[in-house]
Design a protein. Structure first.
Length: 76
């Protein structure tokens, strides 16, 4: 995905919104089993930030957008 990220090509292989749904299912099942998955919970929060920026129908590699925002990186 390196070349796609550099070109800011976020066209999907797998949609952000579908990934969020799947992570939600995994977290719900983990809770039923009394398992704590903090890494997965954090990843889901980051992807929700991507979706909140209107990129839910972009590829999961659009995570770059949330990471840029968290780090104060402004893109022209």
């Amino acid at each position: 995905y390196g070349a796609r990220l550099l070109a800011r090509n976020f066209e999907p292989g797998f949609y952000v919104e579908h990934f969020i749904k799947d992570m939600g299912i995994a977290l719900a099942e983990a809770e039923k089993m009394n398992l704590s998955l903090p890494g997965l919970a954090l990843a889901k929060q980051l992807y929700e930030a991507v979706r909140a920026q209107g990129m839910g129908r972009k590829g999961t590699h659009a995570l770059l957008v949330a990471l840029e925002q968290i780090n104060g990186i402004k893109r022209a």
